[in-house]
Design a protein around this ligand. Structure first.
Ligand code: FAD
Length: 310
C-alpha cells in the first residue's frame, strides 16, 4: 500500500505529490488527465515568478517536476469510489473505473472542478467557436465584437465588467429577477455605458451558422416570449462544479459539493486530506491550488508520523 495516494493530477495534486515524496514516504498519484484544467488554458500570467506560460506547457512542467521524484504516476485512471478505513490508521481504498483498487494509509483528494454548462442546443457544437468559459483567457478574441455573459453572480458580473473594457457591447443575462453579485460589483456594472442587463431570462439556444456563433435565444420567464440577440461570443459564468460525485458519503461535502477542509487541509475523515478547486478553499487559482496541495501533503506527513507502529 501507499503511505500517501494523491487522487487528481492538477496543480494541487502535483504539488502534494512532490511534497510527500520529498519526505521519503511511498507516494502514488492517480489522474484521469494529468495536468487538469491547466490543459484547457491558453496563456497563464499569474503564476508568480513565471511571467508567462501556456497551459499545455505548464501541465508538462508539472509532470516533469513530479517525475524528478520516486512517485508512482497512474495517468488516465478514473477513481470511482472511496472506501474509508474502518479504523483509524487503517487502509483507505480507492476503486478505479478499470475495476482495480488501490490502498493507502492517507489520501489527498485533489480532483478539481469543471465549468457548469447551460446544457442547451448549440453550446457544445460552438464551444471555442464563440462559446467560452474564461474571460481572462478568451476575452481578447472578442475585441470590438458583441458578447453575452450568462449568469449574474459574482463571476458573471466580474466577467461583464472585465469584457466591457475590451468588446463593443455586453449583454448580461440572469435567470433570476435580480443579479446576485455583490452590491459593489453591481454599482460598478451600472456605470458602464456598453452593458445591458436582462433579468428573468432563460437562455434556450446558442445559434450559429455552422462555423461560428451568430446569436442566442432566451425566454422571458415572466411572459414565456422568446427573444433573439445577434452577437459573436457567449461567456458562460454559471459556476464551477467540483469533481466530487465519486466521493458520495466518504467525506463531508458542502451542499455545492465542495469537500469541507480546515486550514490544514483535513477533511471530516481522519487520514483523508484534500486540496485545490475540489475543496472549500476560496479562490480557484493555480497558485492557491499549489499552496493547498503542499499544506495537505505536510498535514498527511504529520498524521503518518503520529500513527502507532502496526
Ligand atoms: P484541476 O486542475 O481541476 O485538476 C484535477 C485533476 O483531478 C485532474 O488531473 C483530473 O483529471 C483529475 N480527476 C478529476 N476527477 C477524477 C477522478 N474521479 N479520478 C481520477 N482523477 C480525477 N488559474 C490561474 O491561476 N490562472 C489562470 O490564468 C487560469 N486560467 C484558467 C483558464 C481556464 C480555461 C480554466 C478552466 C481554469 C483556469 N484557471 C486559472 C484555474 C486553474 O486552472 C485551477 O484553479 C487549477 O487548475 C485547480 O487545480 P486543481 O489541481 O485543484 O484541479
Amino acid at each position: 500500500p501507499f503511505d500517501v495516494l494523491v487522487v487528481g493530477g492538477g496543480p494541487a495534486g502535483a504539488s502534494a505529490a512532490i511534497y510527500t515524496a520529498r519526505k521519503g514516504i511511498r507516494t502514488g498519484i492517480l489522474a484521469e488527465r494529468f495536468g487538469g484544467q491547466v490543459l484547457d488554458t491558453a496563456a497563464i500570467e499569474n503564476l508568480i515568478s513565471v511571467p508567462h506560460t501556456e497551459g499545455p506547457k505548464l501541465a508538462a512542467d508539472l509532470e516533469r517536476h513530479v517525475r524528478e521524484y520516486e512517485v508512482d504516476i497512474m495517468n488516465l485512471q478514473r477513481a470511482e469510489k472511496l472506501i474509508p478505513a474502518r479504523h483509524e490508521g487503517g487502509l483507505h481504498e480507492v476503486v478505479l473505473a478499470s475495476g482495480a483498487s488501490l490502498k493507502a494509509r492517507t489520501l489527498i483528494l485533489s480532483t478539481g472542478a469543471r465549468w457548469r454548462t447551460m446544457n442547451v442546443p448549440g453550446e457544445d457544437e460552438y464551444r471555442n467557436k464563440g462559446v467560452a468559459y474564461c474571460p481572462h483567457c478568451d476575452g481578447p478574441l472578442f475585441k470590438g465584437k458583441r458578447v453575452a455573459v450568462i449568469g449574474g453572480g459574482n463571476s458573471g458580473v466580474e466577467a461583464a465588467i472585465d469584457l466591457a473594457g475590451i468588446v463593443a457591447h455586453v449583454t448580461l443575462i440572469e435567470f433570476d429577477s435580480d443579479l446576485r453579485a455583490d452590491a459593489v460589483l453591481q454599482r460598478k456594472l451600472a456605470t458602464l455605458p456598453n452593458v445591458q442587463v436582462i433579468t428573468s431570462a432563460l437562455t434556450t439556444e446558442v445559434r450559429g451558422n455552422g462555423e461560428q456563433v451568430v446569436g442566442l435565444t432566451y425566454k422571458n420567464r415572466n411572459t414565456d416570449d422568446l427573444h433573439e440577440i445577434a452577437l459573436e461570443g457567449i461567456f458562460v459564468q454559471i459556476g464551477l462544479v467540483p469533481n466530487t460525485e465519486w466521493l458520495r458519503d466518504a467525506v463531508a461535502l458542502t451542499p455545492r459539493g465542495e469537500i469541507e477542509v480546515d486550514h490544514r487541509g483535513e477533511t471530516s475523515r481522519p487520514g483523508i486530506f484534500a486540496a485545490g478547486d475540489a475543496t472549500t478553499e476560496p479562490y480557484k487559482q493555480i497558485v492557491v491550488a499549489m499552496g493547498s496541495g503542499s499544506t495537505a501533503a505536510l498535514s498527511a506527513f504529520d498524521y503518518l508520523i503520529r500513527l502507532p507502529e502496526e
